[in-house]
Write a protein that binds this ligand. Structure first.
Ligand SMILES: [Zn+2]
Length: 312
């Protein structure tokens, strides 16, 4: 029996390590417990990232007009050397305030390219897009959602992406409302669909953050009342600003990576990030932890703990 417990224990501990977004319970003063929940900026528990592929005008211009009307930011994946994106490259001002990311210079599926060819596709984009849009390109979306077939090849590709400064790589499907385990294999869970936003709004808040990752092509909004739907989606997100954080993919990936790295133990909280303030819900209080900050929960925070239910 003892040996069985011994054999199981490392698995349990490993499980806790694998969920760095899980909430924690600390013991506070006078036997009270303090719950610490990792949340989005200003204590929100829900986030939404929107992205649009292929850099096609004039439909991107129309989509951006809707986003700007509602004060929302999105991510645009552009092909620097493909004809479909050339108008976008000639009109960089249209994208002001939004994130520009790579979709491969020539919109090629990476599943049939060598590692060197794949690297060239993306670094070419990083150079041209960076120069044209005056930004650092740190995101990528797989053209056609074509990822290498084997885990080994995917890992090789992810290592290459990380080595050229890519922080996240978006697939085209397969995700859930949970943040991805690895942002270099970021699977979205919705198209540009106001019903998905409504679903996020209706989801009950628990002790773990939720994420809606939506993507599409602005040109597809030209049909099936697409623009009305896009407007409805924008209005829903704007009206839910207090509870849903809508941000670019890069902001979301960087924030969640920083949140995952936060260490909580023995009433102490440490944010090792060099540049990102993270937010925690400590019982009912919302507390920002600045980059590099290592703090104990103060007495007021500790004393605000809920009384533990008595054991019967
Ligand atoms: Zn595409």
């Amino acid at each position: 029996m003892l040996s069985l417990v011994g054999a199981l224990l490392p698995l349990v501990l490993k499980g806790a390590d694998l969920d760095p977004l899980a909430s924690s319970t600390l013991s506070g003063a006078e036997g009270k417990s303090i719950s610490v929940i990792k949340c989005y900026p200003e204590g929100r528990m829900k986030a939404c990232g929107l992205s649009f592929d292929d850099g096609t005008l004039p439909s991107d211009t129309k989509m951006i007009a809707i986003l700007n009307k509602y004060g929302l930011k999105a991510t645009f994946f552009i092909n620097s050397e493909h004809p479909q994106s050339q108008q976008a490259l000639q009109n960089p001002a249209v994208y002001q305030g939004h994130e520009i990311a790579s979709h491969g210079a020539h919109h090629q599926g990476l599943d049939h390219l060598s590692l060197e060819e794949a690297k060239k596709e993306i670094t070419t984009d990083q150079q041209i897009l960076g120069k044209t849009f005056h930004c650092k390109v740190q995101g990528f979306a797989y053209p056609y959602g074509a990822v290498p077939k084997t885990e080994e090849k995917r890992k090789e590709l992810e290592d290459m992406l990380a080595s050229i400064g890519i922080r996240y790589a978006r697939w085209t499907n397969g995700g859930s409302f949970q943040p991805p385990d690895r942002f270099l294999a970021w699977k979205p869970n919705s198209g540009i669909d106001p019903n998905a936003v409504q679903h996020l709004i209706d989801m009950p808040i628990q002790d773990r953050i939720l994420l809606l990752t939506a993507w599409g092509h602005s040109r597809d909004l030209e049909k099936d009342q697409g623009w009305e739907k896009a407007d409805r989606l924008g209005k829903l997100l704007a009206d839910s600003r207090a509870t849903i954080w809508t941000a670019t993919y890069l902001e979301i990936a960087n924030y969640i990576n920083a949140l995952r790295a936060v260490k909580i133990s023995n009433g102490e909280i440490e944010n090792p990030s060099a540049d990102t303030t993270v937010w925690l819900r400590v019982n009912d209080r919302i507390i920002p932890i600045k980059p590099g900050q290592h703090r104990r929960l103060d007495e007021k925070e500790r004393a605000s703990g809920k009384t533990l239910p008595s054991r019967e």
